[in-house]
Design a protein around this ligand. Structure first.
Ligand code: ATP
Ligand code: MG
Length: 394
């Protein structure tokens, strides 16, 4: 008997060539997730199933924790894999398994068998009944409940036989790498890491851009963003993070544009620069953590003004969520504690006391004309001095 992990994935909408790409990408992401885990693992892919088999010792909980970050997996089941040596040998093994896993035998159970290999001599229903009987004989405290069993023991007959009773939910979604790539505008806040996670969950590879404003924002504020990218990269794979030096552009906007429009104009320059790197990286869209009405720069009018400068689609997965809903996800994905660290953010330094809440695109465009003499050189310098960091889990 070997311990292994059976991984389930949703096969829905997987037809023809897509299925192949989905499964191959999923295996690659599983291998990536297992890299930092102690031990060696072999990932195999018999029809409709993925098995992760350790070649030696491993910490089961550590493996489960790593696999719970792999999008595309719907369930993680620690299984026992065994050779077919006849019914009696199988029944004995399963009795020993139940004894080991459930020291207290006062529970209801059901055996569910699947005969994927049709030349196995006992058919599924009969096999379940026979195993159930053997278990009842061994442990009279156990009771059968076919409708709502407390323990569902699954037995699958393939070339080898596997059996298991524990099923841990996976993160769902699609394997990263199956749906192109997109550029995340990643700040140190709560919302944008969540936005990146949500788009990665749909199989999209993530690049990121952060706007840094030294000396107004500190090294620690930048480190916080790098740390957030590392956490998101547990799910999304390595993230290429562009750190843009935004200070001179912000100072020019501050000096030359109406103060109540600062945030909107600044956001438009962020989008332009993020789009520049997006095109360089082969990204098919931009991602932000915006949510309608959350702040002045996220009213419908403000969003329209920000969007006005983008030629790529802008994905805003938090758009209809309340703050608390976003916080709940950030806690689940473990970015929350880092996001709430109190370092300053480039937007909070140059904010106006009374920002416009209903900016008009034509007026904003006019205000930006005041930057005409300077902005090309400043943009060029910002792009030139950008630092790129590859962020991976530690
Ligand atoms: P977050 O929690 O993501 O910081 P927020 O509620 O603070 O969002 P804003 O500061 O208005 O909202 O920013 C809206 C979005 O613009 C962010 O979700 C992020 O995608 C992007 N953004 C804001 N500031 C920066 C920055 N310094 N660098 C990169 N992207 C930024
Ligand atoms: Mg913010």
């Amino acid at each position: 008997m070997n311990s292994a992990f059976l991984l389930k994935y949703a096969e829905i909408a997987l037809k023809g060539k897509n299925r192949h790409i989905f499964e191959e990408t999923l295996v690659k992401q599983i291998e990536y997730a297992l890299e930092p885990v102690d031990g060696e693992f072999v990932v195999t892919r018999p029809q409709g199933r993925i098995f992760v088999e350790p070649t030696g010792d491993c910490d089961e909980e550590e493996v489960i924790e790593a696999l719970s970050h792999v999008f595309g997996i719907t369930a993680i089941c620690p299984v026992c894999l065994t050779k077919d040596e006849g019914f009696d040998a199988l029944a004995e093994e399963i009795i020993a398994y139940v004894d080991r896993e459930y020291p207290d035998k006062h529970f209801t159970f059901k055996v569910e068998s699947r005969r994927a290999r049709k030349n196995y001599p006992i058919e599924s229903m009969q096999l379940s009944a026979m195993l159930g009987e053997r278990l009842l004989a061994a442990f009279p405290e156990m009771k059968v409940d076919v409708h709502h069993p407390e323990v569902l023991l699954r037995v699958e007959i393939r070339d080898r036989i596997n059996y298991y009773s524990r099923e841990i939910p996976g993160p769902g979604g699609m394997p990263v790498g199956t749906n192109g790539r997109a550029m995340l505008l990643l700040s140190g806040g709560i919302d944008s890491p969540v936005a990146g996670y949500m788009i990665a969950k749909r199989g999209v590879t993530i690049d990121a851009t952060y706007f840094h404003a030294p000396p107004y924002t500190s090294e620690r504020a930048k480190q916080k963003v790098v740390d957030l990218a590392k956490i998101v990269s547990k799910y999304a794979g390595p993230i290429r993070l562009h750190v843009v030096n935004f200070t001179d552009i912000q100072l020019a906007i501050y000096e030359l544009c109406p103060h109540d429009e600062l945030t909107i104009i600044m956001r438009r320059y962020m989008m332009r620069i993020a789009e520049h790197f997006a095109k360089e990286d082969g990204d098919l869209g931009l991602i932000t953590g915006e949510s309608i009405g959350q702040v002045a720069s996220q009213t419908m009018q403000s969003l329209a003004c920000t969007n006005d400068v983008c030629t790529l689609p802008v994905y805003r997965p938090c758009i209809g969520m309340d703050k608390q809903e976003i916080v709940t996800i950030s806690e689940k994905i473990d970015t929350y504690e880092t996001s709430i660290l109190p370092y300053e953010d480039c937007c909070t330094i140059f904010v106006a006391k009374h920002p416009v809440t209903k900016p008009r695109v034509d007026i904003i465009r006019k205000s930006e004309e005041k930057l005409a003499d300077k902005i090309d050189a400043l943009m060029e310098e910002a792009l030139r001095s950008t630092e790129t960091i590859i962020c991976k889990p530690e």
